[in-house]
Design a protein around this ligand. Structure first.
Ligand SMILES: Cc1ncc(COP(=O)(O)O)c(C=O)c1O
Length: 387
């Protein structure tokens, strides 16, 4: 009856079972995984949200496959504010960044083709690959006082079925940007092999450093066909609004062909709601205040984390940006055992590294937008459990 591509193992894993047991027993849970920004206790400007939507145009349906002109121009404005010049014509709106990935995979691949993606990284990419009958091959990110792309392995992983290299910059959960030099090398590789570059920049604005500039956005890449993905879910911390986008750049003929085909894919679904497009400019403009609050939380939690971990048997791996931290814990038990012990004995919920394809054991992942009290008590209990 059902396709093999949807034959997922859906039995709950041991960690979610332990969490459910604790919840059912009404016991305390310190959740260090919460990364839904609408649930992390940030103060929302309700009036600004209502005002953004309180416009008569939301009653009018203008099915524009690439997105309404004013919404695409608002996305262009987001880049212009950073001194980055792109054209409205390079932009295709989607209902989310995840949908943006789906459209790009549909555009580029035949069943059985391959895309190369980083490991460790966010599990979403594997599901998207499965749903599009594409093989996701991993290229490693290596850690040595910071993360770098294993460029030699990436280069040797390209086969005649490879259609795209995916990069997440900054990556979830390692928090590492794709550096300018790394990006240049990947662009050259993509151009040489006639494959596309797909870069997920959803967390780009969340640099932990107050002074260092993030590497260049890929929206202006010229030498290879490039799809840069982002969206309101992180840019304005409004995942419920469901607005993402693809910026297409690269050699003109390829770029225009890609845009023409993406338009037909988008026209097939017309999935972006009119209200969010009408509100897009205001919602994008809201980001300054929202990002400031989130960055204050992230930087505060990082400082607290480092303070608690100092002198303990646990440490934090270096990162540069985003909403996650990777913790290194003694390799005395597997990641999953660590996560299970912490939920069962200490009531602390965090994620084992194997969810993100970390090489080897000893990695745990926490969300840095978690409420500070949860980070404080949860990390103290982690350290206690490690000693
Ligand atoms: C790196 C990365 N890309 C994309 C997404 C999905 O974003 P959206 O909600 O816009 O689909 C996430 C969600 O957490 C993410 O971490």
């Amino acid at each position: 009856m059902f396709s093999s591509r949807t034959n997922w193992n859906r039995t709950p894993n041991r960690l979610s079972e332990a969490l459910a047991r604790r919840r059912a027993a009404g016991l305390e849970i310190l959740d260090l995984t919460e990364s839904n920004p609408t649930r992390c206790g940030f103060a929302w400007d309700a009036d600004a949200l209502f005002d953004a939507l309180r416009r008569l145009e939301i009653a009018d349906y203008r099915p524009e496959p690439r997105g309404l002109e004013e919404a695409r121009s608002a996305v262009r404005g987001y880049y212009a504010d950073q001194g980055i010049a792109i054209e409205d014509e390079q932009i295709v709106l989607t209902a989310s960044t995840s949908e943006a990935y789906a459209f790009v995979l549909r555009l580029l691949t035949e069943p059985g083709d391959e895309v190369l993606g980083p490991a460790p990284s966010y599990p979403l990419i594997q599901y998207l690959a499965d749903l599009h009958d594409v093989t996701l091959s991993h290229y490693p990110l290596l850690y040595d006082h910071g993360w770098t792309v294993d460029a030699a392995t990436l280069e040797s992983s390209v086969t005649d079925r490879t259609r795209a290299v995916i990069a997440v910059s900054p990556n979830n959960p390692t928090g590492s940007y794709l550096g300018d030099r790394e990006c240049k090398r990947i662009r050259r590789l993509a151009a040489e092999h006639g494959i596309a570059l797909v870069v997920d920049e959803v967390f780009r604005d969340y640099s932990w450093s107050e002074s260092a500039r993030p590497p260049a956005s890929t929206v202006t890449v010229e030498e290879c066909l490039t799809f840069t993905l982002s969206g309101l879910s992180k840019v304005s911390a409004l995942p419920q609004m469901k607005l993402g986008w693809i910026v297409v750049s690269g050699p003109a003929a390829l770029r225009d062909e890609a845009l023409g085909r993406l338009e037909v894919i988008a026209d097939t679904y017309l999935s972006v709601s009119t209200p969010v497009q009408v509100a897009a400019r205001s919602l994008i403009e809201m980001r300054a205040k929202v990002q400031e609050g989130i960055l204050r939380r992230v930087r505060g939690n990082l400082a607290e984390l480092d303070d608690i971990l100092s002198g303990s048997r646990c440490s934090r791996l270096q990162g540069e940006a985003g909403w996650y931290a990777v913790l290194r814990v003694p390799n005395t038990r597997g990641d999953e055992e660590w996560a299970l012990d912490l939920i069962e004995k200490e009531g602390v919920y965090l994620l084992p590294g194997h969810f993100f394809d970390f090489p080897g054991e000893g990695h745990l992942v926490i969300s840095l937008i978690s409420p500070p009290e949860a980070i404080h008590s949860g990390c103290k209990r982690l350290v206690r459990n490690a000693n």
